[in-house]
Structure formats: structure tokens, C-alpha cells
Design a protein around this ligand. Structure first.
Ligand code: FAD
Length: 442
């Protein structure tokens, strides 16, 4: 058999929100980019939990811009609009973007195509071949069999970091003691009039949940039914079927958790229809194809974000995206859900580029939910807009590193930050978000 070998400037592993940003960031700087995604869809967690709002894109009420802003603008400009910005119903979360899921996935793919990114779907990245401190190539598999991608730069946006771990990047798992946040299976209910469903104003429907648990109709972990308005009228998005103690790096664990999640989602849908006003004529739709995994590996980088620094509103010189998301912890170990504010109201912090840079490997960067952070900091930085922006920064940096033949550890952070600002990223480079009054919401 003839060995298949492909070469590229930048290889992006994973087509979630971080991989989307990374591929665009690199392509916008003229690099030849290949994005390899294991499933049949762009989006990652966003595709596994259809309809989940993009939270955290508006620190202090202003857009972070960049690829997140471009995607939101594109969807909002459609006729009729396919995205809108609204205030979250949860304490300490600011504005979020709610969108038509299919339009968003289509548009993201279109933006990748327009930028000239070669997208491989249903294709898995396996092990790397190393040459001292560089990744020379990675083994891949698609339905036609194994092949090899040789890449000048590799960006790991896989969420779990399997390839980076195999390349020798040290990592911690979950909270450092192996406890990872709960995984979640989401679904929507169609034909549920908002006027009736949300008449009481409690986003958690705690009284109804208590009654369902007491009657043995709901799992005890459903004490808070987080129900929210979907993008389409009288559609309700349900993001509260959490399963604890799942190792998201273990495919068998994930498969079992997905089936358990389906069981609980069907129970919940039936309970809503039979017991909660407004759902009498509703029906379930858009049950996720697999559980959404929040947290697995965190890769070691040149800098580890610490919650105490973020709480002080740090804005380092190499800050690449603004964030004021709360500490959004979902059932790590025996804990419940928390979303305590991390910064003072009206302030934000920025995520440093160094948290995307491994200590040794010279042509590897990473972005998204495998970023280097302590557990509380991680619980704040992991929103999808920030993942897109981390990806954009890693992609931009990869293109700059390749063009100059520089190891990622030696890159000039100021150059990366000004390149990002030129791409419309806001709130970095010493320029406060408040300078951008035009991006402020009403
Ligand atoms: C249930 C849940 C609810 C959430 N709620 C919100 C919310 O309301 N708002 C918000 O903004 N954020 C929310 N988050 C957080 C946010 O969704 C994630 O942090 C973010 O989507 C992570 O993006 P990512 O690109 O880093 O990783 P992922 O989305 O996990 O993407 C990684 C991609 O890499 C692919 N991949 C993995 N390994 C390989 C491989 N070896 N080869 C090829 N492809 C591979 C995967 O298939 C996947 O598509 C939530 C997360 C979860 C799980």
C-alpha cells in the first residue's frame, strides 16, 4: 500500500470553537491550514449541545470582537437574523449570544472555506512523530485508512489533549486530584409557550424539580432544572442533565454516560410535559448526539492562570482576550453548581498568550478547554467566545512563528497582540474595552 503523506503549514487538531478560531487566525495570516475533526460536524461541545448560548463574549457589556464578533455579526445580519444578544438569566453572567444552531454551524464551516482552510471531518489524529523538541508529523486515520500529516506548526484544540500528552507535554486532570466537572446531555422542548413556561421567573424551576425528585420521577442531581428560552420562539433549551464522575478521555465512560444521559433526558421531558405548566403540548427535539465534556486535561504551559490573579483583574502585556465570566463550576467531585463572580463588577481580566505555549515543544500551541489554568481559573475562562479567541491567538502566533522560523517560546508577544488588534480583537494591548463605545450594548 502506498503511504499517504500530506504536508501543511499549520495543522489544527479539533474543530470545536477553539479549532475554528485557530484555523481562521492562521489562515488570515496567509498560512496553509488543515483542520482535522474527529466527528462529522464543526463545533465540538457546541455541536454536541445544540443551541447552547455563547456566554462571556461581552465583558462589561462590550464585545471581545475578533472571530467571535465576526461570526455573531454575520449571523445577526441575516434576514431574518439568526443570532441575537441577550442578558443571561443567571446571576454574574453578562450578555450571551443565542443563535440558530444550524445556521451557526453552516456559517462557521463557510468562514473556514472562505479562508481557504482544508477541513477533514470524521478523521482522527493519533500519535506524533517527534524530532527532538519539534513535532515532525502526526499519524491520522480516516475511513480510507491511516495517513500522515507533516506540519510546520501544530495547534492542539482537541479539548482533551491526547496528542499533546503523547508528545510529552505534562498535564493535570480536572482539579488536580482527578475530579472533573460533570458532563451534560442537552435537549430542547418545542412548542412550549414562553409566556406560561417562564411565568414564575425562576430559571432553575426548583419547586418543580423538588416535586419531581420527591415523586421519584427525576434523578436527585436534577435539583436545578436550568431551562432557558431557545433562539426560536416557544423553544426551551434544557442544559441540566449532568452526570458526575465521568472521565471524558475514556470513550467507554463517555458512551455509558451518554446512554444514562438519554435516560434522564427522556424522564425529564416526560415530567415537563405531564407536570409543568406550558409544556402540555411540547415535544422533545435536538437531543445531543453525545454528552458535552467540560473538563479533562489541562496542559502545562509557560504560564498557569491562577484564580487569585484573575480576581485582581490582571491585564498582562501578552493578554489576548478579555473575560469576566464567573467561576462556573459544575459538580466537580461531590460539589453542586456554582457561578460566583471572579472579578469586581465593571472589571475584567485578560488571558495571557503564555498559557497557550508549552514549555519545551517549539512548534506546538494549544487553545480552548485544555488551556493551562488552576481549577477555579479554568471554570471562568472556558466559555466559547474565549475559546474562539484563544484559538485565534494561537493561529495568529503559529503563522507568525512559521514565517519567522521562531520557536513559539521566543515569539514577540507584542507582535501577536497588535496582529490580533488589527483583526478586531478588543480589550487587549493596553486598550480598555471601554474605548470601544461602538461595541457597547444598549
Ligand atoms: C454541557 C456544557 C455546557 C456549557 N455551557 C456553556 C455555555 O452556556 N456557554 C459557553 O460559552 N460555554 C459553555 N460551555 C463551555 C464551552 O462549551 C467549552 O469550554 C468549549 O466549547 C470548548 O471548546 P474547545 O474547542 O476547546 O473544545 P471542544 O468543543 O471539546 O472541541 C474539541 C474538538 O476536538 C475534536 N477532537 C478531539 N480529539 C480529536 C482527535 N484526536 N482527532 C480529531 N479531532 C479530535 C472533538 O471531536 C471536538 O470537536 C459548556 C460546556 C459544556 C460541556
Amino acid at each position: 500500500m502506498v503511504e499517504r503523506r500530506i504536508s501543511t503549514d499549520v495543522l489544527v487538531i479539533g474543530g470545536g470553537t477553539a479549532g475554528f478560531g485557530a484555523a481562521l487566525g492562521a489562515a488570515q495570516h496567509g498560512a496553509r491550514v488543515r483542520l482535522v475533526e474527529g466527528t462529522s460536524k464543526i463545533g465540538g461541545v457546541m455541536a454536541f449541545c445544540p443551541g447552547m448560548p455563547w456566554g462571556g463574549g461581552y465583558p462589561t457589556g462590550r464585545s471581545i470582537g475578533g472571530v467571535f464578533g465576526a461570526l455573531t455579526d454575520r449571523l445577526s445580519a441575516m434576514q431574518p437574523p439568526k443570532a441575537e444578544v441577550r442578558a443571561s438569566t443567571l446571576e454574574n453572567f453578562g450578555y450571551e449570544v443565542i443563535y440558530d444552531h444550524e445556521a451557526a454551524v453552516f456559517t462557521m464551516f463557510q468562514m473556514l472555506e472562505d479562508a481557504g482552510v482544508e477541513v477533514h471531518l470524521n478523521t482522527y489524529v493519533g500519535s506524533p512523530v517527534m524530532a527532538e523538541n519539534r513535532i515532525q508529523s502526526v499519524a491520522c486515520t480516516d475511513r480510507t485508512g491511516p495517513f500522515t500529516i507533516e506540519a510546520a506548526m501544530v495547534i492542539d484544540c482537541s479539548g482533551d489533549g491526547d496528542m499533546s500528552a503523547k508528545a510529552g507535554v505534562p498535564f493535570t486532570v480536572g482539579d488536580g486530584r482527578g475530579n472533573m466537572m460533570g458532563v451534560t446531555l442537552s435537549f430542547s422542548m418545542l412548542n412550549a409557550p414562553w409566556k406560561t413556561v417562564f411565568a414564575k421567573g425562576d430559571p432553575y424551576f426548583e419547586a418543580e424539580a423538588r416535586a419531581g425528585i420527591a415523586a421519584g420521577r427525576l434523578h436527585p442531581d436534577l435539583a436545578k432544572l436550568y431551562l432557558m428560552r431557545g433562539f426560536h420562539r416557544d423553544t426551551v433549551f434544557c442544559n441540566s442533565v449532568h452526570i458526575r464522575g465521568v472521565d471524558g478521555t475514556d470513550p467507554q465512560h463517555v458512551a455509558r454516560a451518554t446512554q444514562e444521559g438519554r435516560r434522564r433526558c427522556h424522564q425529564l421531558a416526560n415530567f415537563l410535559i405531564e407536570c409543568v405548566p406550558g409544556f402540555e403540548k411540547a415535544r422533545m427535539a435536538e437531543l445531543g448526539p453525545t454528552v458535552g465534556v467540560r473538563e479533562t486535561r489541562k496542559l502545562e504551559a509557560m504560564h498557569r492562570m491562577l484564580a487569585r490573579d484573575l480576581a485582581a483583574g490582571v491585564k498582562p502585556l501578552d493578554g489576548i482576550v478579555a473575560c469576566d465570566n464567573p467561576i462556573d463550576d459544575v459538580m466537580r467531585g461531590g460539589a453542586d453548581m456554582t457561578h460566583d463572580a471572579i472579578v469586581a463588577a465593571g472589571d475584567y481580566y485578560t488571558i495571557p498568550f503564555r498559557s497557550l505555549v508549552p514549555k519545551k515543544i517549539e512548534n506546538l500551541l494549544f487553545a480552548g478547554r485544555l488551556v493551562c489554568a488552576d481549577p477555579a481559573a479554568f471554570a471562568s475562562v472556558r466559555g466559547m467566545p474565549q475559546c474562539m479567541a484563544m484559538g485565534q491567538a494561537a493561529g495568529t502566533a503559529a503563522a507568525l512563528a512559521m514565517a519567522s522560523g521562531t520557536a513559539v517560546q521566543a515569539l514577540d508577544a507584542a507582535q501577536i497582540v497588535s496582529a490580533l488588534m488589527a483583526q478586531g480583537v478588543r480589550g487587549i494591548g493596553g486598550e480598555g474595552l471601554s474605548h470601544h463605545a461602538q461595541a457597547k450594548l444598549a
